[in-house]
Design a protein around this ligand. Structure first.
Ligand SMILES: [Zn+2]
Length: 309
């Protein structure tokens, strides 16, 4: 491949136009790829069909083009890649790592209560493994598929014993660790409504597209241990990860449509890019968009990271 072995990506969910926060992740991943003389790919993550907004994908692609962030290959849409996800699920079923789950949320709450677990109102429920030995409701037609986190794989990487206690390194945040079995339990790969989950689609696509470096928003950092566990279960390589600083809304929470993120005003793309670059620690540029991108690329290359340090 021309330009070395770096392959990065930006993978927006088409739930609306890009906002200031998503442009930070897009710019960071683009700059990191360019600074490594690598390739930069676009993937539209539209597997969560109930949340997908018609036409948002085209708006996002137009916004990125206006900002001069051009991909090195045509974008891909996850909604067109079901066969890949199905093949991965079948591999996991064949190796005994995935199983059907017919639990309702209520079933999970009852099983957790029986074990004396207290519920936190906003925390996601840790799946107690009720269906590992066979579905709780064998006659139920709606079933999700879950990944086992309680098994040992052949030792791989820095996690001792091949367990789902995952130790990984973030290029910005440093050493990270999560015991997936304890933190989330056997997680869902395909929902009972047939939708593929973010975890499965991302892991399959990162491998299929040869992604070597993932640069994305820090709100996604908590998913990384699950994704590394799934990579190991599928025998796939683990990319390098870097999670970028978040843009906070007026309420101090991550910027989102819920707390007033406005769609980017791209009548002045350089201004939008300067704001995104400031979050990454880079100085504002004047001149044209390509000149600004070239200046930041040189800074990122010298720094070794798309976030100033
Ligand atoms: Zn279950």
């Amino acid at each position: 491949m021309a330009g070395g072995s770096y392959v990065g990506r930006f993978a927006p969910s088409p739930t609306g136009p890009l906002h200031a926060g998503s442009l930070v992740a897009a710019l960071a991943s683009w700059l990191d790829a360019r600074a490594h003389n690598g390739h930069w790919l676009l993937r539209i993550e539209d597997v969560d069909t109930p949340r997908t907004v018609a036409g948002a994908d085209q708006i996002i692609l137009q916004q990125l083009a206006t900002c001069g962030l051009h991909p090195d290959a045509p974008p891909v849409w996850q909604s067109q890649r079901s066969a890949l996800y199905q093949a991965a699920l079948e591999q996991l079923i064949a190796t005994g790592l995935a199983y059907a789950c017919t639990c309702s949320r209520k079933d999970i709450e009852i099983a957790l209560a029986a074990r004396g677990h207290t519920r936190t109102r906003h925390a996601e429920l840790v799946y107690p493994g009720s269906c590992r030995l066979g579905p709780l409701h064998p006659m139920s037609r709606a079933q999700a598929w879950r990944l086992r986190t309680d098994v040992l794989l052949a030792p791989h990487g820095p996690s001792p014993g091949g367990s789902s206690h995952i130790i990984w390194h973030d290029r910005r945040l440093g050493p990270q660790a999560q015991d997936v079995a304890q933190a989330v339990g056997d997680f869902v790969l395909q929902r009972a409504d047939g939708c593929w989950t973010y975890q499965l689609a991302v892991v399959v696509d990162d491998a299929a597209q040869g992604i070597s470096h993932v640069v994305r928003g820090q709100d996604l950092a908590d998913n990384t241990a699950r994704q590394i566990w799934l990579q190991r279960c599928l025998g796939l390589p683990t990319p390098q990860y870097l999670h970028t600083p978040l843009v906070l809304g007026a309420d101090g929470a991550k910027l989102s449509k819920q707390n007033g993120a406005l769609p980017l005003d791209l009548s002045m793309p350089l201004q939008a890019l300067n704001s995104a670059a400031a979050v990454l620690g880079w100085p504002a540029q004047t001149g044209t968009v390509p000149e600004a991108l070239a200046a930041w690329t040189a800074m990122v290359a010298a720094n070794g990271s798309p976030v100033a340090r």
